[in-house]
Design a protein around this ligand. Structure first.
Ligand code: SF4
Ligand SMILES: [Zn+2]
Ligand SMILES: [Zn+2]
Length: 321
């Protein structure tokens, strides 16, 4: 790569232009862990004694997050939600392939940590692909059904398994892309809700934190590689054409012209929030769903229960663009 490590002058494994910092393998690992620890402390994400559940997808971010939390001494277990994506087309579909990476990592850290696996089809009789097909509409319906199922089940499992906090692997690129979407559409309420920490509620919402939101996607990919963590590189088959990927491309091209753009965009937003320049997030009044007992803003059934009650259309009728 040609750059020398700023700390020891050894060969660098990464040059982070946005931080004007090139580091060798050992110093990069040290840098990531130090900044993750500071970020967690500064934003009061975790207490040392908290039992943490990491939402693991088999990708670089969530596996790196799990690894970092364990290295920092947290009692962190993982949960993999097997959404059954692709399974009806291919038995070793995307979800199963991703699961293998989660299992492989869990085996490497056993018995320090364990992995919970929740198979949506085994519990609810249908995979997320099949659940999504119950409704009509465009390809994006898969993502909205998937997002809803993940949110519901991760909240439920975190609480039922007795963890204090749910940690997700959202990185800076993810957060900046969401912020860009919200800004372009002037979604002020969504911006108010876009937080590093969502507190627990008395109605049963668990505390949720994003300890990697200060790291670029590229930094997390590098971290997984230098720590020797195998992760799934293929993207979900339904992610193609997602609006958030478009925003990421735009932000990446801005970043190429002016390094640090993403970092500034997101951190200035956090500062603006802190200064009260955005309306405060007022959590909606929640009730408990009549069927599953999870907190919901609606009366009667929650959105998840309404979704899974939908009759599925036969597979042959569905058209994948
Ligand atoms: S791309 Fe969409 S369907 Fe695939 S995992 Fe993400 S949210 Fe779910
Ligand atoms: Zn070094
Ligand atoms: Zn429900």
């Amino acid at each position: 790569m040609g750059y020398r490590c700023r700390k020891c002058s050894g060969d660098s494994v990464i040059n982070m232009r946005q931080h004007r910092l090139a580091l060798c393998e050992d110093h990069f690992i040290e840098w990531v862990q130090k900044h993750a620890a500071e970020f967690i402390r500064k934003h009061r994400m975790l207490e040392p004694e908290d039992r943490v559940l990491v939402a693991v997808s088999g990708g670089k971010d969530s596996l790196s997050l799990w690894s970092i939390l364990l290295d920092l001494g947290y009692q962190a277990d993982g949960i993999y939600i097997d959404l059954g994506i692709d399974r009806d087309r291919d038995e070793s579909g995307y979800s199963k392939r991703s699961l293998q990476y989660a299992v492989e990592f869990a085996q490497s850290v056993s018995p320090r940590a364990k992995l919970h696996v929740l198979d949506i089809k085994a519990v609810y009789g249908r995979s997320v692909t099949e659940i999504a097909r119950g409704g009509m509409g465009a390809k994006r319906k898969y993502c909205s059904a998937c997002g809803l199922v993940k949110r519901h089940e991760l909240n439920r499992m975190t609480r039922e398994l007795g963890y204090a906090v749910l940690a997700t692997g959202h990185n800076l690129d993810d957060e900046a892309a969401v912020l860009m979407g919200n800004s372009l559409n002037w979604e002020v309420e969504y911006m108010a809700r876009q937080a590093l920490v969502l507190p627990a509620s008395s109605t049963g919402l668990v505390k949720k934190v994003k300890p990697l939101a200060r790291f670029y996607e590229r930094e997390m990919a590098a971290y997984a590689i230098v720590r020797g963590i195998p992760y799934i590189m293929e993207e979900c088959p339904f992610s193609e054409g997602a609006t958030s990927l478009g925003y990421k491309e735009v932000l990446n091209s801005m970043e190429r012209k002016s390094s640090g753009t993403k970092l500034k965009f997101y951190f200035e937003f956090l500062k603006a929030k802190k200064k009260g320049l955005l309306p405060n997030y007022v959590p909606p009044e929640l009730r408990l769903c009549e069927k599953c007992g999870e907190p919901t803003g609606s009366t009667g059934l929650c959105a998840f229960c309404r979704l899974i009650e939908r009759p599925a259309r036969p597979v042959g009728v569905d058209t994948l663009e």
